[in-house]
Design a protein around this ligand. Structure first.
Ligand SMILES: Cc1ncc(COP(=O)(O)O)c(C=O)c1O
Length: 382
């Protein structure tokens, strides 16, 4: 078909800078260049063997349709994790809903709540691009709030004003934050919960990086409030399961009930053998601790290198990323391009929206690759 019909929402979405970066990477690889890839947040640490085995053991002779509600065992394991990690007690049947990864559930979630008079969806900028994509496909209006040193990377609800909050349907927060690695205090989460009750909006807290921390353990929004709140968790980074596609939602039982009804329509459900591996993952904390230690070692190497080379790192207290200020005279794009010529792949801050002036380093490659990447980085003229 020469000019196929296209949903205008699709044409209006920004073409991912990360895709352009991917093309350039492939061209350099084809030209024989060795690349140190700190661009994508897809860590190279192997999936722990007991999780791979749990999946293998669960492959049945006859594989039938999975339920959109997930297996009862998985829902119980998710609830068990929330209680151990955050001290939050939820009913596995009424307050937990498994998902085929956080990205999928972030994309679909606005569809369940759209259609009323509230049309605004507030989200952090820079931020994970799927908040905006899901919002636009649901016919809602994204309100992107710049985060930076000026607001300590905190998306303060009351700063938006009464008029905006009265029309707000969903309020996305993400701590530890992608791409900056900023974390939220309990007091901040309290302010968000309070505003949600006062103004009647839904808080959706993307907590995919909650178990990747190096100091204080990041809190969950559910620790401060369940009413009007949904939290999203994922096996991807915590358990090295990005390829398995598994996560879950938990929170306000009335909101979970709406999502459960909606999610039976697209039939988004991980296969039961993936759910068996996810059940094992949420039931164990030791493997998450081992991974955290590994990410911590990589982080230390980079922080030492950046300090020795006069490069500033902002926020980046937790999560998988370092948010590095580009040297004077560079933009995000020009610095990422200069690094790429030396074989170091990082994401320009602008790939996540209002991130000009920064590049994001994902602690994804193996520990051993970090030293080589730093040596290559040192060759870039500033
Ligand atoms: C902030 C944030 N939310 C959600 C996701 C998606 O996670 P999943 O792999 O569970 O789809 C990512 C992945 O990088 C992310 O950075």
């Amino acid at each position: 078909m020469k000019s196929p019909p296209q949903n205008p929402v699709l044409s209006a979405l920004p073409v991912g800078l990360m895709s352009a970066l991917e093309e350039r990477k492939q061209a350099l690889r084809a030209a024989g260049k060795t690349l140190h890839d700190f661009g994508l947040g897809d860590p190279m640490e192997p999936t722990p063997e007991f999780l791979r085995q749990a999946l293998r053991d669960a492959v049945p002779e006859v594989s039938q349709y999975p339920s959109a509600q997930g297996t009862p065992a998985l829902r119980r394991a998710c609830a068990g994790y929330l209680e151990r990690r955050f001290g939050v007690r939820v009913d596995p049947d009424r307050q937990v809903l498994p998902a085929t990864g956080a990205k999928e559930t972030i994309f679909h979630l606005p569809l369940a709540f759209a259609g009323g008079t509230r049309r605004k969806v507030v989200m952090p900028d820079p931020g994970y691009p799927t908040y905006e994509a899901g919002t636009r496909f649901a016919g809602l209006e994204p309100i992107k709030i710049p985060l930076g040193e000026h607001n300590r990377f905190l998306l303060e609800p009351e700063a938006l004003g009464e008029a905006v909050l009265a029309e707000t349907l969903l309020f996305w927060i993400c701590y530890p934050h992608n791409p900056t690695g900023a974390v939220a205090t309990r007091a901040y989460l309290g302010r968000v919960g309070e505003a949600a009750r006062r103004h009647g909006f839904i808080v959706v807290s993307d907590e995919c990086y909650a178990d990747i921390y190096f100091g204080e353990r990041p809190a969950s929004m559910l620790e401060v409030q369940v009413e009007n709140v949904l939290a999203i968790h994922s096996c991807s980074k915590r358990s090295g399961m990005t390829g398995y596609r598994s996560g879950f939602l938990a929170g306000d039982p009335d909101l979970v009930a709406v999502l459960r009804r909606m999610r039976s329509h697209p039939g988004v459900a991980s296969p039961d053998f993936v759910s068996a591996a996810a059940t094992a993952a949420w039931s164990d904390d030791a493997h998450a601790a081992a991974r955290r230690e590994r990410f911590g070692e990589k982080r230390e190497r980079f922080l030492r290198f950046f300090a020795a080379h006069g490069l500033e790192v902002h926020a980046s207290e937790a999560g998988l990323y370092l948010w590095v200020k580009v040297p004077r005279g560079h933009t995000s794009g020009s610095y990422a391009a200069a690094l790429l010529e030396e074989g170091v792949v990082v994401a320009p801050g602008t790939a996540f929206g209002a991130g000009e002036g920064y590049v994001r380093v994902a602690l994804a490659p193996a520990l051993e690759a970090c030293d080589a990447a730093c040596a290559a980085w040192a060759r870039v003229k500033t």
